[in-house]
Design a protein around this ligand. Sequence first.
Ligand SMILES: N[C@@H](CCC(=O)N[C@@H](CS)C(=O)NCC(=O)O)C(=O)O
Length: 206
Amino acid sequence: MACYKLHYFAVRGRGELIRMLFILAKVDFQDIRVNEGGVDEWEEYRHGTPTGELPFLEVDGKQLTQSLTIARYLARKFGLAGDTNWEQALVEQIVDTCDDLRAENAKIIHERDESKLKYLKSKMTEEVLPKFQNRLTRFLQQHGDRYFVGSKITLADLAVHEVFTTFLQNDPSILDEHNSLTEHRRLVEQHPNLREYILNRPYSVV
Ligand SMILES: N[C@@H](CCC(=O)N[C@@H](CS)C(=O)NCC(=O)O)C(=O)O
């Protein structure tokens, strides 16, 4: 068994999808959380990283960067990337869709100008979020069984669960009118490998 060390900040952020893959696959990894407990160690830690950014993954001492590259690599290794070439493409389509939504939300998180922030927030509620909710709902209904791709859980399901977590923390009602997405979320949260982890992980704003 390979020796895995995940280096990321002590938040969900771009690291959580990777953590969830390890938990789902029941594969041991070292979850190295930089700035844990509010300790500011990043500026020093940065010098030991391959690109000056996190996350990066060590696999038997070799280093891999880019959160989604890492997630796809692990998903393939753990049999969570889809069973055929077509399924794999669909899984990646969903992962990229979730990343588009995450990027839209990042604009809000990083905006400091009050009036631009107000505009971005109302655009998110009225336009962006509904667009992604509808797109994902349609996909789930057309392609999925209970899961997004094929008949078993994949990286796609984790990506959808993870991207909505941040939105739900701010407004628990955002999936109220999206029964398929709500049902899917429940399914992921009830997975025997994930249930305890999702319930007990530390709260993180993003
Ligand atoms: N595309 C990269 C982006 C990595 C990235 O922007 N990481 C941020 C945290 S989410 C970072 O390391 N920020 C600290 C800094 O740049 O000082 C990925 O997905 O891994």
